[in-house]
Design a protein around this ligand. Structure first.
Ligand code: ADP
Ligand code: MG
Length: 409
């Protein structure tokens, strides 16, 4: 076995004295910016149980050791969770998420609180328990068997996509119904088992309650005050300045601050434009990026190094005109003199034909057009890729869309 990993697991067990009595660490399954995740066997699991299986959830029962002190918010959240846990069965295999001490205590509390709010939702991976030793916090989740996205996305047929996205949008719908934005929707945070055709949403480390970080934004509607601000913006000197004039050098205005959490390439335009009133629609955009990835068979599809590059990538597809409208919606401006960005951009259909090499590559066959089912997927994708978050489809609406409505699962 890997000696570095062995040492890492030993150190972990030393920090949490007594953890060996309940869990046997098996190996490391994930390592991210904010945590390390280990697979472990719960030694107190109920015998008949195998891995976490939702079909059997109803008559399930598992318990966790009672929590002694219930003073802090974190402890209260844990206590609530514990109560819930009493009604469920304990799975044999668990994922133990060790949250790095560099994460702020508020962030950790946030993740645990939001997860405890989502208990009972089948498509969100529930928390079994969590514990703390000094500044170390660990969350215990049922282990969910899944396949690496890279191993299956290229092989997915349109019906596979429909089942996959029905599962993802069910999870999003449950999350959004609680008024929670996940903020980091991407393949590694949606654990999918192609054999069972089921997935669960994980990683609420960046999630937040809608409206927590709220400041009014222009995109919210056509009130008079907003119209007035728009007019002012339109008449401003800066609008007359092309990109060749650069940006104002002695700009004394405070720079805009808004939550920009999330993963490069999956960020919605309103996140890039630092919209101050971000909604659950940012998750829908990210889910759209996942669908585009699968349809185009390219991962990562967007590969920007920073937010400006990300805007350029989006603008290349949607064109300058729409990008300007989008910027304007959030009280920002978009200018570019990059020759590859056209006025009108390209249709999603074209992008998919190009990236799957089905446009006429000079060969006799010419273009291999999209099938009807692929076209349906594209129609759905276009609804996820509305640049205006107000027009973008919601998770509830998505489940009623032709693309997802009649899927078998
Ligand atoms: P991070 O904040 O570090 O991204 P995540 O919660 O996303 O942490 O977990 C990181 C990785 O660990 C996931 O991408 C997944 O591969 C694995 N993982 C997390 N939770 C589970 C689980 N319940 N079952 C199986 N694997 C998991
Ligand atoms: Mg993650």
């Amino acid at each position: 076995a890997d000696p570095v990993l062995q040492e890492d697991m030993l150190k972990f067990q030393e920090t949490f004295k007594g953890i060996n009595e309940r869990f046997r660490l098996i190996g490391r399954i994930g390592e991210g910016t904010f945590s390390t995740v280990y697979k472990a066997e719960d030694l107190l699991y109920e015998q008949y149980d195998n891995e976490w299986d939702l079909e059997e959830k109803e008559n399930s029962q598992w318990t966790s050791p009672p929590l002694k002190k219930r003073r802090t918010g974190l402890q209260q959240a844990l206590a609530n969770m514990d109560e819930y846990a009493q009604q469920r069965r304990r799975p044999k295999y668990v994922a133990i998420k060790k949250i790095y001490v560099t994460s702020s205590p508020l962030r950790i509390l946030n993740e645990i609180e939001l997860l405890s709010k989502l208990q009972g939702c089948d498509s969100v991976c529930p928390l079994i328990t969590a514990f703390r030793h000094t500044d170390q916090v660990v969350a215990v989740l049922p282990y969910f068997k899944h396949t690496d996205f890279r191993d299956y996305f290229r092989k997915m047929t349109v019906p596979d996509m429909q089942i996959y996205f029905r599962s993802l949008f069910t999870a999003l719908n449950a999350t959004h119904e609680e008024g929670i934005l996940h903020r980091d929707i991407k393949p590694t945070n949606f654990l999918y088992d192609p054999a069972k055709k089921r997935g669960v949403l994980v990683d609420f480390g960046l999630a937040e309650k809608e409206g927590t970080d709220y400041k009014p934004c222009l995109c919210e509607g056509g009130s008079q005050r907003h119209d007035e601000r728009r007019r002012r913006l339109q008449n401003s000197v800066a609008v007359g300045m092309g990109p060749s004039n650069g940006y104002p050098k002695n700009d004394s205005r405070p720079s805009r601050r808004a939550n920009r959490a999330g993963t490069r390439g999956f960020r919605a335009p309103e996140v890039l434009f630092k919209c101050t009133a971000q909604t659950t629609k940012i998750d829908i955009w990210s889910a759209g990026v996942m669908l585009l990835t699968i349809l185009s068979r390219r991962f990562p599809f967007f590969n920007s190094a920073d937010d400006v590059e990300a805007m350029i990538e989006i603008a290349t597809i949607f064109g300058i005109k729409k990008m300007k409208q989008c910027a304007y919606l959030h009280g920002a401006m978009f200018e570019s003199n990059i020759p590859t960005i056209s006025e009108k951009g390209f249709s999603i259909e074209k992008i998919i034909l190009w990236s799957t090499c089905r446009n006429d590559g000079g060969k006799d066959g010419g273009e291999i057009p999209l099938t009807d089912e692929e076209k349906l997927a594209v129609r759905f994708l276009e609804r996820c890729f509305e640049l205006d978050p107000n027009k973008r489809i919601s998770a509830a609406e998505a489940l009623e869309h032709d693309f997802l409505r009649d899927t078998m699962y």
